[in-house]
Design a protein around this ligand. Sequence first.
Ligand code: BG6
Length: 369
Amino acid sequence: VKGGFASFMDKEIHDQPKAVADTLLGRTDPRGALVLDELRIPEATLRSIDKIIVIACGTAAYSGHVAKYAIEHWCRIPVEVELAHEFRYRDPIVGPRTLVVAISQSGETMDTLMAVRHAREQGASVLAICNTHGSTIPRESDAVLYTHAGPEVAVASTKAFLAQVAACYLLGLYLAQLRGTKFPDELREILEDLHALPDKIQRVLDDEEAVRHVAQKMADEESFLFLGRHVGYPVALEGALKLKEIAYIHAEGFAAGELKHGPIALVDEGQPVFVIVPSPRGRDQLHAKVVSNIQEVRARGARTLVIAEDGDEAVVPYADVVFRVPQTPSLLAPLVAVVPLQIFACALATAKGLDVDQPRNLAKSVTVE
Ligand code: BG6
């Protein structure tokens, strides 16, 4: 069942090119326009929504965090991301023009389900992004966009996360098409970039030995920090979560710009810091800003583990280790940037002799509030 891999998590990390490809499959018509057949919310409703609220827990919430950047950029609709258990208890402003997107691998997470019910009671339309056919959250939602990651066994989510992010991109592109916020040729170009991702993810997996080797040598570390900006920020949060979940190591993700407002006080001699570096080809200043964040932590003694694009030489002088990912348009980069972090956590936990598939105190789906 594990297909020759040491753990389900390891196998599921390697399933990711297929999980993303299958999630993208069959969602365009012969002219290249997006068709989301399952999305049974009337087009008129989707045209009139003035706000999107993503609700989810854990890793699924981080996929929503990536979605916020993409959907706001492509569709110019405000997107909030909220942990499902917080959403319900804070009197959220939700109405008929709100689209609530509930993301859940299992479709059974009670916190998310209760938030779905609450949103529908307030008159919102609810779209579920879910990996499990016929589960409760899609059944109680107005519509569902299924991820096709296949069954995920390991408690710590990997392939479901990538599939959720891919589904969120599809939703964003579909809304942009429907609302006319992007030209058809721009949309086609982004879709082509998206369809190139499974091969790029495979290239990251082909380089996994380098990541494993570093992870195995760091099994005795007590704490890791993760820094990222823009879509690299949720990637940093997810990288930290993986280490907490399966390696029981204290790990925290921060927005890199926040460093100087507090977290940099944590950095002293030898502190390992992962930095997710945006593409140097982006039109903004983000790349330069993040490179200077690497310099800042390094100057205070940090050991820097840098995730950077192929060909990005600017990071080399300040990196103790560089893990390379293929060149990818900024908004889509989480699909490659998170993969070395998953491999790292899995290899480190395995080196510690831990059961990576069944971490202590955690369940695959939490069906109590
Ligand atoms: C947690 C799982 O309990 O629930 C995480 O351990 C998962 O891996 C989270 O991300 C949300 O689960 P789901 O099924 O709603 O995506």
